[in-house]
Unconditional design. Structure first.
Length: 137
């Protein structure tokens, strides 16, 4: 298995005055791999975390991907969906989001939907409380 860290050229152009935590929110864009780095004959998978902190595995050709709780599960998924020789794994510096149907852990997807709904309800409640406090002043 080949593993490499992939860094986006966009991060190098980040303005020095921009806070460092902004880079943690950047989402990687899946781009074709340079044949000088990884041969087209070798299956390649991007492995990284999404904005919720779950592990994402996605093949470089955009044919299969999944979301997982554990990094080892994402790596196992990549190995299972590669040839017997193994695969190259690319670890993007940025957060990655799965842009395909989740073929990984279905419970993770349900958890993400539930937490999104809770965050939306909390934001609505906070907005109402803020308006009430402002009206009280």
């Amino acid at each position: 298995m080949i593993a490499m860290q992939l860094m986006s050229p966009d991060l190098s152009r980040r303005a020095p005055s921009q806070p460092a935590d902004v880079t943690a929110k950047v989402t990687a864009h899946f781009q074709p791999l340079d044949s000088g780095i990884v041969s087209n004959a070798i299956p390649a998978f991007f492995i990284g975390r999404n904005k919720e902190g779950f592990w994402v595995a996605r093949d470089a050709n955009g044919q299969i991907g999944g979301i997982f709780v554990l990094k080892n599960s994402a790596l196992s998924f990549a190995k299972r969906n590669s040839r017997a020789e193994g695969c190259a794994t690319i670890y993007p510096f940025e957060r990655i989001e799965l842009d395909l149907e989740n073929k990984g852990n279905p419970l993770v997807e349900r958890w993400m939907r539930l937490t999104k709904r809770c965050r939306q309800q909390l934001a609505a409640f906070t907005g109402k409380m803020t308006k009430a406090i402002e009206g009280y002043r």
